[in-house]
Design a protein around this ligand. Sequence first.
Ligand code: PXG
Length: 437
Amino acid sequence: MTDTAAALEAQWMPFTANRAFKGAPRMLVAAKNMHYTADDGRRILDGTSGLWCVNAGHCREPIAQAIASSALALDYAPGFQMGHPQSFELARRLAELMPGDLDHVFFTGSGSESVDTAIKIALAYHRARGDVSRLRLIGRQRGYHGVGLSGISVGGIENNRRTWSQHLLPGADHIRHTHDLARNAFSRGQPAHGVEFADDLERVVALHGAETIAAVIVEPMAGSTGVLVPPVGYLERLRSICDRHGILLIFDEVITGFGRLGAAFAATAVGVTPDLITLAKGFTNGAVPMGAVGVRHGIYHAVLESSESGIELFHGYTYSGHPLACAAGLATLDLYANEGLFERAASLAPYWEGAVHSLRDAPGVLDVRNMGLVAGIELEPRSGAPGARGYETFVRCFERGVLTRATGDIIALSPPLIVAQAEIDEMVGVLSEVLAT
Ligand code: PXG
């Protein structure tokens, strides 16, 4: 075995068909702004911001320099019973950006950890108020909340759940998803039909009793399961049902946070404020792993004040508020603000919408949907081979120099917010050529 082949063998790759990949690897060796460089020297236009995280484009100098300076000045600082100034500064900056009275921040190392953390905080909140029967967690079909066992419990990806079904949190249940091809195919932006899907929460409340439900967690726009855009009025109605029944509403904004929908958060874009918000990915522009949970004022204070003394919340990670991640986070928030990238995403969205909807008449396209700088192109599955058309589309686009992401037979596009109109045309052009074959 060559060294390269041995190295390929040693790594068990995440969410990858290991055997197929190792037979025909796709290797990235460098990146700058809108492009990756592959190991054969080809430039690949990044249509997906890596995995939905590099919102400001790749290898941005201010972020790289902030990380380098921090690595030389303070590489690591314990976060338990100690602190370092940059984590407090970053919490303050994030609190300023979050809507309403979401004004406290708990740091994590990833989106999955953020979900676990938000769920624990929701449970701790009800316990702190003496509402001890509120233990049940409600997710949504086709939701993705990372790979922790709590995230899978509230998640709604069937394969994921079946694989781990014996090990999930007890008492989790799900409301129905919002996907409705029959009524909403080829909607531009938020679809007109489906506000009533939120009423499915009333069914779950009637079934279990509101007094047993701690929280509902949803992605405002579901990303990984194929770009499911919330129908007009849906999130507003979910909010009001939660309020009526004393149920906390958690928005999982790991993908939608930091400008993806043309505002700081989906919550800001649609004007619906959740009780807890989970973040990761774009928080550091993907440059250092980091996540966070945004928490409403009253939740933080209820938990703190119910605790007589000592540690109020039995939770935290070695890498909560890691100095390099905080340096990257501060530099990233500065870059978003200095370059007006959230506003840029909003102003590009109409062009983006027009471009992606031009794929409507390509062969095998069942739906095109979009919101902010995200698009989902749903393809007709080949009979007997679900996912094959999506995967082949991804591979062929890659061969032609454009990075897309396939989930089953749905192609997702979510370029960095610095994307130029000509690059949008290139992405859509390549996809259109590939679909035509
Ligand atoms: N919540 C949401 C909404 C996510 O999209 C997570 C939690 C978990 O984050 P971590 O950092 O633990 O992976 C995610 C992750 C894809 C894709 O191609 C999406 C994610 C991760 C990898 C690939 O759609 N989302």
